[in-house]
Design a protein around this ligand. Structure first.
Ligand code: SF4
Length: 444
């Protein structure tokens, strides 16, 4: 273990197995996997989290497993044990591929060889210590679970029979590609850009590259590309996915991204008994179970009984929520309590938009704008319409009135919704002025 960083000390700090982060309920250790793991190896990891932490596990928005409530001593033991379970652990900067990489018949190209070559290049050039801790590379093969929504300093996205589109900074935007690269040039260009970032120092991020600078660094490797549509795959990985080897993946998610280690251990034992061969945490706080189609189908009831989300139309799937109080020292209210109230409003949370509930203005759970973002502020909760957590609020709510405000908003949508209209369309049509009566009820 190398460093312990208070969560509030430095924006942009990123925890890992060897560098846990201080949170409101102790240290947080992140285990990032580069490939699916066996249920048994994950049972061992959960048992270690229970032994050494408070037994609460997160699956993060990027699909990493996080153990909470550790101490400086127990975090060392947790790291040491975690490295003995045969898990495909990732060290160094995030170089993400899709959770079905190499298994998805709908994939445009297999991203794993590129990701591995970039990983090796970063190690050989000793870049990781000189890059911003949250530096992320996304190598997206497309298919049914694309990574378009994940933030990336450098993004390579496959285009069938054409090569790899290069982007820098942010989520994927169709008009923001710098150009097309061959697979070899994609690796070399990513390493050139990462080297340049390392030279500029740990505050420099992919979003800081101008288009001219990228063109100058990539040189003749970069071929012009027309704006490519963002992949249409559903970013919510629920249900059954047929794989290219005859197996199936079954996507589920713990409610609000958290699960007790005991619950997950029981579920993993049931999965192994049912014939599930491998499991991969996935972006969107999800878990993908991989096995024969019958084994995956058999796990649906077990998942529901254990409290997991199994369907995209579950209202809980429409809520992006951070750990909040008491887990995070920056949190100004109990985000999960408000999320549980919101989950009782299926007419409002019909899957047409994401409700973002954030303990403070930082907005960890959903860095992008949301149609409704509720974030803690010193005197209550800021309500932002079509904005980010921390954006200038449309209204300020008292903490104990926020749930009532959402109920009033749900009733308003129910009343004003036109035929065939989703909640999102209705809210956008009404706009801030149209929903103001619902907000004034909870205004502090
Ligand atoms: S957004 Fe949530 S998890 Fe992130 S710092 Fe604020 S309260 Fe903590």
């Amino acid at each position: 273990m190398t460093a312990i960083l208070p969560e509030t000390m430095r924006r942009g700090a990123c925890p890992s197995l060897s560098a846990p982060m201080q949170t409101g309920d102790g240290l947080l250790c992140r285990a990032a996997l580069t490939a699916p793991a066996s249920p048994r190896a994950l049972v061992s990891l959960c048992a270690a989290a229970l032994r050494h932490g408070n037994g609460i596990l997160d699956i993060s928005a990027r699909g990493n497993l996080q153990a909470r409530g550790l101490t400086p001593e127990s975090a060392c033991l947790f790291e040491h044990e975690a490295r003995t379970f045969g898990l495909p652990l990732r060290d160094g900067i995030a170089i993400d591929t899709g959770p079905l990489a190499g298994l998805d018949a709908a994939e445009e190209a297999d991203p794993r060889p590129l990701a591995e070559a970039i990983r090796q290049g970063v190690a050989e050039r000793g870049l990781a210590p000189r890059l911003a801790p949250k530096t992320a590379v996304v190598v997206d093969g497309g298919g049914r679970l694309p990574l378009s929504a994940l933030l990336a300093d450098i993004r390579l996205r496959a285009v069938k029979n054409a090569g790899w589109l290069l982007f820098t900074g942010g989520p994927e935007r169709p008009d923001a590609a710098h150009g097309l690269l061959t697979a070899n040039d994609a690796v070399e260009t990513a390493l050139i850009l990462l080297s340049q970032m390392a030279e500029k120092g740990r505050r420099f991020r992919g979003r800081d590259f101008g288009a001219d600078a990228v063109r100058a660094l990539a040189g003749a490797r970069l071929a012009p590309a027309r704006p490519a549509p963002v992949p249409a795959g559903d970013p919510k990985p629920f249900g059954l996915f047929a794989l290219n080897d005859g197996k199936t993946a079954f996507g589920i998610a713990p409610a609000f991204g958290q699960v007790r280690a005991e619950t997950l251990i029981g579920f993993l034992h049931a999965a192994e008994a049912a014939g599930i061969e491998a499991i991969r945490p996935a972006p969107g706080h999800a878990l993908l179970l991989i096995g024969a189609p019958a084994a995956c189908a058999a796990m649906e009831k077990a998942a529901e009984s254990a409290g997991f989300l199994t369907r995209a139309d579950d209202p809980r799937a429409a809520i992006a929520v951070c750990p909040g109080q008491p887990a995070c020292t920056s949190a100004l209210f109990d985000t999960h309590a408000l999320a549980a109230e919101a989950a009782r409003l299926p007419r409002l949370l019909d899957g047409s938009f994401t409700l973002h509930i954030s303990g403070c203005a930082k907005g960890c759970a959903h860095p992008e704008p949301a149609l409704i973002a509720l974030s803690g502020q010193p005197d209550g909760i800021a309500f932002a319409f079509d904005g980010k957590a921390g954006a200038p609020p449309t209204a300020s709510l008292a903490i104990d009135q926020a749930a009532e405000t959402l109920r009033t908003l749900s009733a308003l949508v129910e009343l004003r919704r036109e035929a065939g209209e989703t909640a999102a369309r209705c809210l956008r049509r009404l706009g801030p002025a149209g929903i103001a009566p619902a907000l004034t009820k909870g205004t502090s």
